[in-house]
Ligand binder design. Structure first.
Ligand code: SAM
Length: 273
């Protein structure tokens, strides 16, 4: 009996071509076809990488039907890959139906490691990375969005959202309204030339709408335990006074405490002044 093929999930750059790894390149060589979210985008990437491969369109509107085609090829022993437009397939992108169909048909699925927006945003966020929720996109309608936020507001874990730049100010307003004030980090244009991390609070950003250009990830602090916060505030005040006694300037003391306690500088100033 012929061996079945393997479905490889290949992540693609989220802005920096240098993030294509040797394993991604060799996997592209090994497969017979690349099923992809948008054949034009994948073709552009293949051209940049100097690769020639047959591409087959498989996007959110035809994924179920195209999965049958993929299964047929895999059952015949062909290895195939799935690529979305940026980052990992199946993370706020198509790919999960295809994975499900493969598992249901006893076909091996092998994800290849690579670029993804929310992990970069989280690890650079200065917020708790030990426990977190990746939520992806909130609903585009404010009333629905607020319902989703209500269901998330009690979680004491860092929460990560994807958002489009044209909706960010209204989303920040809704998050502030439902979550109240918390630390937030916006990661913008990750892996690109203009990559930026904005470390701030929901209060500050919601009350100062501005233009955010490019692609964005929002990393929001989880629900804060009020009792612990009170204790931490007392410790921060004591440590601040100790640093001043050792002749650190107020600015340097705040910088140091901001790193140690992972609290942004404006929040520290509110506690201290
Ligand atoms: N599959 C992708 C992944 O693994 O990260 C996510 C695709 S989703 C359709 C696109 C969203 O990811 C954007 O709206 C933005 O929130 C986030 N994103 C993608 N690239 C980014 C980048 N370079 N910088 C910041 N956020 C990015």
């Amino acid at each position: 009996m012929q061996n079945k093929g393997i479905l490889y999930l290949i992540p693609t750059p989220i802005g920096n071509l240098k993030e294509v790894s040797p394993r991604i390149l060799s996997t592209i060589d090994e497969v017979s076809y690349i099923f992809c979210e948008d054949t034009r985008n994948t073709q552009k990437l293949l051209n940049l990488l100097g690769k020639t491969k047959k591409t087959i369109s498989c996007h959110e509107h035809n994924e179920k039907a195209m999965s049958s085609k993929a299964i047929e090829l895999l059952e015949n022993g062909e290895n195939i890959a799935y690529m979305s437009d940026a980052g990992y397939p199946a993370i706020s992108d198509p790919g999960s139906i295809l994975v499900k169909e493969c598992i249901n048909n006893n076909i091996k699925v092998t994800p290849i490691s690579g670029p993804n927006a929310f992990i970069n945003a989280l690890v650079g966020s200065n917020l708790d990375t030990s426990h977190f929720i990746f939520y992806g996109f909130l609903n585009s309608k404010s009333s629905e969005r607020k319902k989703e936020l209500e269901s998330l507001k009690e979680f004491p874990f860092t929460i990560i959202f994807y958002e489009a730049p044209h909706r960010i100010n209204e989303t920040l307003k809704d998050i502030y309204e439902v979550f109240d004030n918390r630390n937030i980090t916006i990661a913008r244009e990750l892996t690109k030339l203009n990559e930026e991390f904005i470390y701030s609070t929901l209060e500050e950003l919601a009350s100062n709408p501005r233009e955010y250009k490019g692609e964005l990830v929002l990393v929001v602090e989880g629900k804060i335990n009020k009792k612990e916060t009170k204790l931490e505030e007392e410790t921060i005040k004591t440590k601040y006074n100790e640093l001043l006694k050792y002749n650190f300037s107020s600015k340097d003391a705040i910088n140091i405490l901001s790193i140690i306690y992972k609290v942004n500088k404006n929040s520290l100033k509110k506690i201290l002044y």
